[in-house]
Design a protein. Structure first.
Length: 198
């Protein structure tokens, strides 16, 4: 007597990934490409993007981003676990979540800090040298690192992330006085619940 095992049938599942961090639309699209083009196929899922967007503050700064997907897989639990693991490993912000079939899964432990340069005329400043100096202040990533820079209302805004917003803020406050161009700069922790050093 032969026994036959039935393979689980693939089914479609709505998935939303909420990034609780400042992320430009360009960076959001890069995340989409990596998740849809590489990660989910490796987990045995087919995917299509059904929506998404970037939330902006009244000043036009990115606050958070969402990616909305439809994932087709025979093992949604395996895909969910793999997706959460990769997002956590890639530094998604604390307060982020992934919703699968309407069930939210909290993810993320990284904290984010903004440096609003308030450089009205960024052309008069060597931003490459400035970025390098800020990187050096953060000890090449052991405290925090430079994720991206975007155009703010009053000049470039640097985004830093790491395990502790307080440590990033403390390191940046030590280096800002060394740069006259940053005399009017503002620092802000943008991770919900992150402690800020004085």
């Amino acid at each position: 007597m032969a026994f036959f095992s039935r393979r689980p049938r693939a089914s479609a599942h709505p998935v939303t990934i909420h990034f609780a961090q400042p992320m430009t639309p360009h960076t959001r699209h890069e995340q989409e490409d990596g998740i849809v083009g590489t990660l989910l196929p490796q987990l045995g899922a087919t995917t299509r993007i059904i929506g998404g967007g970037t939330a902006l503050s009244p000043e036009g700064e990115p606050i958070s981003s969402d990616i909305e997907l439809e994932i087709t897989t025979a093992d949604v639990d395996r895909v969910t676990a793999g997706l959460l693991g990769v997002l956590e490993g890639n530094g998604i912000a604390r307060g982020s979540w992934v919703s699968v079939d309407g069930v939210k899964h909290p993810v993320g432990s990284t904290e984010y800090v903004l440096l609003r340069t308030n450089l009205g005329d960024a052309l008069s400043v060597d931003l490459v040298a400035l970025t390098a100096a800020l990187q050096d202040a953060l000890d090449s990533g052991s405290i925090g690192w430079h994720d991206e820079t975007y155009a703010g209302a009053r000049g470039p805004v640097y985004v830093f992330s790491g395990t502790s917003a307080e440590s990033i803020l403390a390191a940046l406050r030590r280096v800002l006085p060394k740069h006259l161009s940053l005399a009017a700069a503002e620092l802000a922790s943008v991770t919900t619940g992150a402690a800020e050093s004085e």
